[in-house]
Write a protein that binds this ligand. Structure first.
Ligand code: FES
Ligand SMILES: [Fe+2]
Length: 474
């Protein structure tokens, strides 16, 4: 595989927008990115050796092992075979049987606030554009031109100035336009995907313009997040499958929030390595020992009962932090980076809530913000990640917002860098001949739930629908 075709070998880079970060954070970021690039290089070396040295387990054998592991009780739980995180064949199964069949979160409405706004992304090899059309409807269209297949807005090929689309300078994947123009033979499309004009096609016999629009995928907006279902056959709507989660999430009025920090990263790891890391808080004791562990100690974190479509975890603040919050508020200020979201009560004010909507809708609700990780897997060993921070509009209007944003940006980047180091190094070790399968702590219940999810998808169902759901840890 050439370095060009392998995202893990291409330069590991980060970009995006938000507040400013200090020289110390920028230095730390440069160090971690260099480390990630080095891990990716060594990983590719190990991967090449692995292919030569041994037969990779067959897909059937791997799925059988996933089912066996997932049937173990939490107290006996083990980690999955490494090939589940490294094999091309297993990744291809996930693309076909998991990503394509499930609802996948691709955007937030604040990224496309006006009619004509769009955002481009690539999901499982599908170049997509999420667009708000002239009537205000949010649609997800393929960017593959129905003429000869050209990507109508190919990234990085110098077509940015072609046609009416204006790209956002801070993020060229976003922009606004009144129609889509394919740069190859200049077919034009309405924002709802219909073919508007196609020069010199009058001699093509039987050609009907109405038959040749951009392919539209099934899409749904839930709590301000835009979801796509690539195969169009998901048995329930997003609103149905997340109904119980929605009752909780709606307290943050996430549809009215706006993205104030957006940072893009090429991460050299499997999507499950990143999501497992995102969802288990056991690693506060290690990777975040000096940061999150001092606020939300690992041993007090817990996971709710098994649900068919999502995982919900609680990360309570320790008593000292609750006292500091009371002191800060008594003095008319706030303890977190931003003022608390209006209307939050009880435990919602004193903990972080980690959520995973299967397979990859990952976000954290904190008392003052929502942190959303948009994860786009690009191969067994790589993914594109957009880390975002969302806050209510009222927060943006605060006179000290600039200062708050700097702090929130620095924190979001710093926590993420601590995670990047571990996920990149884990992925590399998954290729090592000395790698050993491990055992899980009860604090890693989300990892065990994700195993049960994969096993359920292999059976064509969802967790808890064909067996009793695992109980809550509290
Ligand atoms: S490929 Fe798009 S117009 Fe020809
Ligand atoms: Fe972490």
């Amino acid at each position: 595989m050439s370095s060009e075709s392998n995202p893990t070998l291409s330069a590991v880079k980060a970009g995006g927008w938000g507040g400013t970060t200090s020289a110390a954070v920028a230095g730390e970021e440069a160090r971690v990115l260099r480390g990630c690039a080095e891990n990716a290089r060594l990983q590719e070396q190990a991967r090449a050796g692995l292919r030569k040295a041994r037969e990779v387990e067959s897909l059937d054998a791997l799925l059988a092992e996933v089912r066996r592991i997932a049937a173990l009780p939490l107290e006996k739980s083990e980690t999955l075979p490494k090939e589940v995180y490294t094999s091309d064949e297993f990744f291809a199964w996930e693309v076909d049987e998991v990503f394509s069949k499930e609802w996948f979160c691709v955007a937030h409405v604040s990224q496309i606030p006006e009619n004509g706004d769009f955002i481009n992304l690539d999901l499982s090899g599908d170049p997509l554009v999420v667009v708000r059309d002239k009537s205000g409807t949010v649609r997800v269209l393929s960017r593959a031109c129905p003429h000869r297949g050209m990507d109508i807005m190919p990234p990085g090929f110098g077509h940015d100035g072609h046609g009416p689309a204006v790209r956002r300078e801070s993020s060229p994947a976003c922009g606004s336009t009144r129609l889509f123009l394919c740069p190859y033979h200049s077919w034009t499309f309405e924002l709802d995907g219909r073919l508007k004009a196609c020069p010199e096609m009058q001699q093509a016999e039987g050609f009907e313009r109405d038959d040749w629009g951009l392919k539209e995928f099934r899409a749904e907006v839930w709590q301000g997040f835009v979801f796509v279902n690539l195969d169009g056959n998901a048995p329930s709507s997003v609103a149905e499958q997340y109904a119980e989660l929605g009752e909780h999430v709606s307290k943050w009025n996430t549809a009215g929030m706006e993205i104030v920090v957006a940072r893009e990263w090429d991460v050299p790891c499997n999507w499950k390595v990143l999501t497992e890391n995102f969802m288990e808080s056991y690693h506060h004791a290690g990777a975040h020992a000096k940061t999150l562990q001092t606020i939300m100690p690992a041993k007090h974190t817990w996971t709710e009962q098994e649900r068919p479509h999502f995982i919900r975890c609680h990360l309570p603040y320790k008593a000292k932090v609750r006292d500091e919050i009371a002191d800060a508020e008594a003095a008319g200020g706030h303890w977190e980076a931003f003022p608390a979201v209006e209307g939050l009560e009880g435990e919602d004010r004193f903990e972080w809530g980690l959520m995973l909507g299967y397979p990859l809708f990952t976000f954290v609700l904190t008392p003052d913000q929502l942190v959303w990780y948009r994860i786009l897997p690009t191969g067994p060993d790589s993914l594109k990640l957009l880390t975002t921070v969302l806050v209510p509009k009222s927060t943006i209007g605060h006179p000290d917002f600039g200062k708050m944003l700097d702090r929130a940006t620095a924190e979001a980047v710093a926590f993420h860098l601590e995670d990047m180091e571990v996920v990149a190094a884990v992925q590399r070790s998954l290729h090592a001949s000395g790698y050993q399968r491990g055992r899980l702590s009860h604090l890693e219940m989300p990892i065990w739930l994700m195993q049960r999810y994969l096993a359920a998808r292999a059976r064509g169902t969802w967790p808890g629908l064909d067996h009793p759901p695992a109980p809550s840890q509290r």
